[in-house]
Design a protein around this ligand. Structure first.
Ligand code: SF4
Length: 261
């Protein structure tokens, strides 16, 4: 018997199978189109709202995404149920920013939970409190992006202030949602000791214990070419964990369980 609401659709640009870096076990990662941020290092520039016209102009469905119903998404995800069960995996909602399509995402999570799937989401937390609080009701794990504690620097490189993000992060902790903080380590932005110390202290103060550091890479460069938009990080060198030990140590010294991903 079909119980899902198929009048709701979500714009999704990829469902990546066998993901092993988006939560525990083997997972299907569902990439939601649309993001209100404009991070300069973004490896999915097609998902940014400001690049939507450029993505449509390319006409490549891998860049524009397509509408999916909840039933379609879960049918695709459930093909790998045996792998989730074997590995302790499940589904992860990612993007873009999943909260931009919060009605669809919340309904999808509710149905996925009903079907016994472990549900994680990677999010910036950039949404109104009411939206965020509804969204986390059916979340088993939040992979919560933290980019910078300094609000002006945050706005300069991502296009938005971090106030609502930090409020939502505190709220999720208070609701006892398991959280792993994810920090992209970006040269010229937060790849310095001062930024690391600020973020480590803030995470500790909030009661978040685990943090994943994601060294800058240029995986998205080709997409900028395809979209015909400038890539501001073209001349910035990739970072490697072996050169970031001092950075990692700052988090470890705060007693956080920190590692590179
Ligand atoms: S939040 Fe993520 S998807 Fe959105 S612009 Fe930043 S890096 Fe890209």
């Amino acid at each position: 018997m079909q119980t899902t609401d198929n009048t709701l659709t979500g714009l999704i640009f990829n469902i990546q199978k066998f993901s092993i870096n988006d939560g525990p076990g083997i997972r299907s990662t569902i990439f939601f189109a649309g993001c209100p941020l404009s991070c300069r290092w973004c490896s999915n520039p097609e998902s940014q709202n400001r690049n939507r016209d450029a993505a449509l102009a390319c006409g490549d469905p891998k860049l524009t995404g397509r509408s999916w119903t909840i039933e379609e998404v879960l049918a695709e995800a459930e093909k790998d149920r045996c792998f989730y069960e074997e590995s302790g995996g499940g589904i992860t909602l990612s993007g873009g920013e999943v909260l931009q399509q919060h009605d669809f995402a919340a309904a999808l999570l509710k149905e996925a939970h009903k079907r016994g799937l472990h549900c994680a989401a990677e999010t910036t937390g950039f949404a109104a409190h009411e939206v965020f609080s509804e969204f986390i009701r059916n979340i088993d794990l939040l992979l919560f992006d933290m980019k910078h504690c300094a609000r002006e620097i945050h706005r300069e490189k991502t296009g938005v202030y971090n106030d609502v993000i930090l409020e939502n992060m505190r709220y999720a902790v208070a609701q006892k949602v398991p959280i792993i903080a994810r920090i992209p380590v970006i040269p010229g932005f937060n790849a310095n000791k001062k930024a690391a110390a600020g973020m480590a202290a803030l995470l500790k103060d909030m009661g978040i214990t685990e943090v994943h550091l994601l060294p800058f890479h240029q995986f998205g460069e080709k997409k900028y070419e395809q979209l015909g938009i400038p890539y501001e990080m073209a001349d910035v060198k990739q970072l490697h964990p072996e050169n970031l030990q001092a950075y990692l140590d700052i988090f470890l010294k705060e007693g956080l369980e920190a590692s590179f991903r």
